[in-house]
Design a protein around this ligand. Structure first.
Ligand code: AMP
Length: 396
């Protein structure tokens, strides 16, 4: 397999699939440039090696026709700022102007193509569309981890047109390394912390993690299904009754594999899903009717922090409570701080998945953990052991 470190980019046009699917405000300004800055090291490395760069991405979910608010033109100035150099904009991704511009690119120049999703062929993984895109480059670099779990034209199918000139960018490389380090190194103990709203959306990842981890901490809304399965009273807390049997199975599997499963022992509850109604602490299995648990309580925090501080490898996905509301953010903040502290003491920590990533960013802890993943769904699928099309297409 070729790699970006040893490949000779001199005089070549690198067609890079990046993930510039960033949020824009109503004036079409970028409100969070994380994904743009994440792509910069790959772009700079290729330029430094004498190549030119053609960038392709999607933005939002357009309905297959041009709409101003989904134009990648909106991100050009943010990209220029992050890169510290001029970026040309090709308009349409397979239009005449775009081909003219990519064919005339000189070493060191950067061209951004138009939003790939103005064409339905992109998400359909259409071969002839991939072929048209492929004409923009001499070498294909996939650096869009966030879409690596999709078999789209630009993320997977296109790789066939570069049988000997395809590779990962630095960002994907780092993401893969981080997961491999957590799940496949033999340092111990390995602790996974899983939270968020529902058991149903995390069940595959929990099952997969049970094969690997020493400790599994379960928090957030999903914990109440486990507590109810144990016969606890959870009041009006979020419960998935269809998953009570699944919870029983997880208890059994954890026991048979020697995994220590840690559930909350107390909760901060409220009568409504609201930051305005009064809060009350309950034992986790003695929540009164009319109250719903919305964050972990102080005893739980101490208990979870203790496990985290003993860990050498840490994987975190999903908040401990409704961290979007100030009354119920403290559990998530405490866990994030404990992970930062464990990291400082030498543990390797990976934060994967949308809401825990949002949480470490919100609480300004992103640079105190080892790796914050840029790919929500893709990261989850990769941890689940699924062969991601975007990764498989480069490896095959
Ligand atoms: P997920 O996308 O599955 O990781 O879920 C994240 C969401 O779970 C966040 O928006 C949280 O507000 C929500 N959440 C966390 N804890 C609870 C809880 N105890 N009850 C209801 N929702 C929760």
């Amino acid at each position: 397999m070729k790699n970006i470190h040893t490949y000779d980019f001199n005089g070549k046009r690198a067609l890079i699939r990046v993930d510039f699917n960033v949020p824009l405000d109503e004036n079409l300004n970028v409100t969070d440039d994380t994904r743009i800055t994440a792509a910069i090291p790959t772009i700079k490395m290729i330029i430094e090696k004498g190549g030119s760069v053609v960038l392709m991405s999607h933005l939002g979910r357009p309905t297959e026709v041009f709409e101003e608010k989904f134009s990648l033109k909106n991100i050009v100035s943010t990209l220029e700022e992050a890169l510290g150099k001029k970026v040309l904009f090709g308009g349409d991704c397979i239009g005449e102007k775009a081909y003219e511009m990519s064919s005339q690119l000189k070493s060191g120049e950067v061209l951004l193509l138009g939003n790939l999703r103005f064409y339905k062929e992109e998400t359909k993984g259409d071969k002839s569309f991939s072929k048209k895109l492929a004409q923009h480059g001499d070498v294909y670099v996939n650096d869009a981890f966030g879409t690596a779990h999709r078999a789209h034209a630009s993320t997977a199918i296109i790789a066939d047109y570069f049988p000997n000139d395809k590779m990962f960018g630095l960002l994907i490389e780092k993401e893969i390394e981080a997961v491999d380090k957590v799940l496949n190194s033999n340092q111990k103990p390995l602790t996974a912390i899983v939270g968020g709203a529902k058991v149903s959306s995390k069940i595959t990842i929990i099952e997969q993690l049970l094969n690997k981890v020493d400790h599994l901490i379960i928090g957030g809304g999903m914990a109440y299904t486990f507590i109810k399965a144990q016969g606890g009273k959870v009041g009006n807390s979020l419960v998935e009754d269809d998953y009570l049997d699944t919870a029983h199975k997880i208890f059994e599997v954890a026991k048979s594999k020697g995994v220590q499963l840690h559930l909350p022992i107390d909760t901060i509850a409220s009568s409504d899903f609201s930051n305005e109604t009064p809060t009350k602490i309950f034992k986790i299995n003695e929540i009164d009717e009319g109250w719903m648990g919305l964050d972990i309580g102080n005893e739980t925090k101490k208990y979870f922090v203790d496990v985290i501080l003993q860990s050498k490898l840490i994987l975190w996905n999903g908040p401990m409570g409704v961290f979007e509301m100030s009354n119920f953010q403290d559990g998530t903040v405490t866990i994030a701080n404990a992970i930062a502290e464990a990291t400082q003491k030498g543990a390797f920590s990976l934060i994967g998945g949308g809401d825990s990533v949002a949480a470490v960013n919100k609480f300004d802890l992103a640079n105190q953990v080892s790796h914050v993943s840029t790919g929500g769904g893709a990261m989850l699928e990769y941890i689940e052991g699924i062969d991601l099309p975007g990764i498989a297409a480069i490896r095959k």
